[in-house]
Design a protein around this ligand. Structure first.
Ligand code: FAD
Length: 410
């Protein structure tokens, strides 16, 4: 059977490895951390995944935590007014549930499953020189190592990367003890709180190492008041700063958060990165070629919560391309075609995410504002997180937005 090496044990690498394994491929996964190190380490994401991405996991029969993770039925938007009130506040209904399973739980579990099913798991932080060696021994080498150092093998695609610097400073806290949201206490939802000119606070339920929890996730415009986490090492201090900013900018969320505590010492994360699209084929010094996967080739800011969704979609798309290839060689031409097939959907994610990082134009403010009176607008916006391609038809262009709203009110 064909031999495939996957470097990186994240959403994309492990989902693809488990998929290939179930089709009889001989798969090696190289991870720079063991399952226990991942499980006992720091949180990596907020990893909220929507219907299509979750369905890929179900299709692979690796949706092991679906019964335990909170079932997210809605996605709400609140916009802070100048006086601490909410100028906009609505809840869109998702057609299919969304879920967040802490990557520490999922990746550790998937790694163990992969090994139990006979997969070869190598614990090693791969360097480019390693890949040079392995490219000669495997039919295909896939680099699914996220935003780490190996991206240097893949040329930045300037045409598809409008930003060359981070657009948000990120700060995540996993907490227990968040109170229910009084407006819809029985409905689990992701809440996007937009603070104009300052940034965003996302609140969502998750399944973490200690059971059900909630995530408070600040995205701050660099240099602004939310860009306040650099240099904070102590998790308690990180949470205190998070809450201080909640009280100041989103007091309705702070009102629910007065009794929260961190889930664990690894329950905080801060950082930033520039959204970047790269060329899919990485060149090795010895002349070999490797194919980039998910965040390696298309890394978007998490402001739209798409990276894990995209990783799942990329893994599913590459799996189809690999199966379709049969016994033909995985040459560079095939690699580019495999990426193009994925890019057909990924381009919409990148376009929408980059648009959401910029100050919103007038017609977008109108659309978001109208979600309060027009439930179909709220629902369509919420379901766009599952299928960002839908935004093409009503979101970017002022005329299309007006025509859509006119059709609803006619
Ligand atoms: C704060 C934050 C919030 C987010 N929220 C969401 C969200 O709500 N929804 C969503 O869909 N996405 C979200 N994302 C994005 C999402 O987490 C990523 O896009 C997704 O995890 C990418 O998956 P991946 O498999 O490409 O890479 P990763 O998940 O980064 O996995 C790569 C793996 O490779 C390993 N690795 C790295 N270098 C090497 C090496 N040299 N050798 C071996 N192993 C290596 C890493 O340790 C890691 O385990 C968020 C991201 C952040 C930072």
């Amino acid at each position: 059977m064909r031999k495939i090496l996957i470097v990186g044990a994240g959403q994309a690498g492990l989902q693809l490895a488990l998929g290939l394994q179930s089709h009889g491929y001989e798969v090696t996964v190289m991870s720079n951390r063991t399952a226990d190190e991942i499980r006992g380490g720091r949180v990596m994401s907020t990893q909220c995944m929507f219907h299509t991405a979750l369905q890929h996991e179900r299709d692979n029969r690796i949706n092991f935590w679906e019964g335990q993770a909170p079932r997210i039925e809605g996605l709400g938007v609140s916009v802070a007014g100048p006086d601490g009130s909410r100028a906009v506040d609505w809840l869109g209904r998702l057609d299919g549930i969304a879920q967040s399973v802490d990557q520490r739980v999922k990746m550790a579990g998937w790694m163990e499953t992969f090994a139990q099913r006979g997969g070869q798991l190598v614990i090693h932080g791969a360097a480019v020189s390693d890949l040079d060696f392995f490219a000669r021994r495997y039919d295909l080498v896939l680099v699914a190592a996220g935003k780490g150092e190996l991206v240097s093998m893949f040329e930045r695609d300037a045409e598809r990367s409008p930003y060359d610097a981070p657009q948000r400073a990120l700060a995540v806290s996993y907490v227990h003890g968040l109170g229910p949201r009084p407006e819809h206490p029985g409905t689990e939802a992701v809440r996007c709180n937009l603070v104009p000119g300052v940034g965003e606070l996302f609140v969502m339920p998750t399944l973490t190492t200690s059971g059900r929890a909630d995530i408070l996730f600040w995205e701050g415009i660099p240099g602004g008041p939310l860009d306040a986490f650099q240099g904070i090492k102590d998790p308690g201090e990180h949470l205190a700063k998070t809450l201080e900013l909640l009280e100041k900018f989103v007091p309705w969320e702070y009102a629910r958060a007065t009794n929260v505590e961190l889930t664990d010492a690894g329950g905080t994360l801060a950082g930033r990165y520039a959204p970047t699209v790269r060329k899919p084929v990485g060149r090795l010094p010895g002349g070999g070629a490797v194919l980039g996967v998910a965040d390696v080739v298309v890394a978007n800011d998490p402001v739209t919560g798409q990276g894990s969704n995209s990783a799942s979609k990329c893994a599913a798309s590459y799996l189809r391309s690999i199966l379709d290839r049969g016994d033909e060689p995985f040459d560079e031409e095939w690699m580019r075609q495999a990426f193009d097939r994925y890019w057909a959907t990924a381009q919409h994610v990148t376009k929408w995410t980059n648009a959401m990082l910029a100050p919103p134009p007038e017609h977008v403010l109108k659309l978001i504002g109208s979600g309060g009176e027009l439930q179909p607008v709220a629902d369509r916006f919420a379901n766009g997180f599952n299928d960002p391609g839908d935004f093409e038809d009503w979101f970017y262009d002022a005329d299309k937005a007006d025509a859509y709203l006119a059709g609803l009110t006619a």
